[in-house]
Design a protein around this ligand. Structure first.
Ligand SMILES: O=C(CO)[C@H](O)[C@H](O)COP(=O)(O)O
Length: 228
């Protein structure tokens, strides 16, 4: 079993029958979703999911997981999702899969956000991974200039010379700010810029992280009352 699989499977313990569950996106939470599908079939687990991307929606439907729109189910009991970086204080960079806009919307209406990751994602300070920023396609070069003026080099995410288009029809800038001293302040600053729709900085949102490495799965938890 690889580390992503170990973290993903163990974190499925956060889901109990009757829950409303946000289903994240990526190659780690993929294993959580498979495990939830297995428990549905073999153990009679019953829950309803809210997917954070079209890819996750497709996987959940293949597994027979009942799904609903976010607005029909909120507040959700728990969301389980991956991350590109996670600090000891459970601040995150997300959006390596360009799904961070929906992921943040789903996490924001969840009573708990549980992160799954392998040890390579655990960092002392955010910022070695570039910050994904979802921006409107219209006038994207102007928006990129405003974002760069905030202190980074911003590169539009592309594949084979074509822009990556998010599930929401927008572009993503990958922004290199170097190591980030105050991710909350940076998130607020970026969100104030015309054309910026959402950032991959998740500050004060996560409640627990299942981080897997050679020693097994370590569960990091936010202290009670710490969530902002
Ligand atoms: O934020 C995300 C998608 O937008 C992912 O959760 C993040 O990129 C981690 O993915 P993986 O588990 O594949 O490493």
């Amino acid at each position: 079993m690889n580390f992503k699989q170990a973290a993903g499977i163990q974190a499925a313990e956060a889901v109990a029958s009757g829950m409303k569950v946000g289903l994240g996106t990526g190659s780690t939470v993929y294993y959580t979703i498979l495990e939830l599908g297995r428990r549905m079939k073999e153990e009679g687990l019953r829950f309803t999911g809210v997917p954070t991307s079209e890819a996750t929606e497709k996987l959940a439907l293949e597994l027979g997981i009942p799904l609903a729109e976010l607005s029909e189910l909120e507040p959700l009991d728990v969301t389980i999702d991956g991350a590109d970086e996670v600090t000891q204080g459970l601040d995150l960079i997300k959006g390596g899969g360009a799904a961070h806009f929906r992921e943040k919307m789903v996490a924001a209406v969840s009573k708990r956000l549980v992160i799954v990751a392998d040890e390579s994602k655990a960092v002392g300070k955010l910022g070695a991974f570039t910050v994904p920023v979802e921006i409107a396609a219209y006038g994207w070069r102007s928006t990129a200039k405003r974002v760069e003026a905030a202190g980074c080099r911003a590169v539009r995410r592309e594949r084979e010379g074509q822009p990556i288009v998010t599930d929401n029809g927008n572009y993503v800038l990958d922004c290199d700010f170097g190591l980030i001293d105050d991710p909350g302040a940076l998130d607020r600053q970026l969100k104030g810029l015309l054309g910026v729709l959402e950032t991959g900085l998740f500050v004060g949102m996560a409640d627990a992280a299942y981080v897997a490495g050679p020693e097994g799965v370590r569960v990091m938890r936010r202290e009670a009352g710490e969530r902002s």
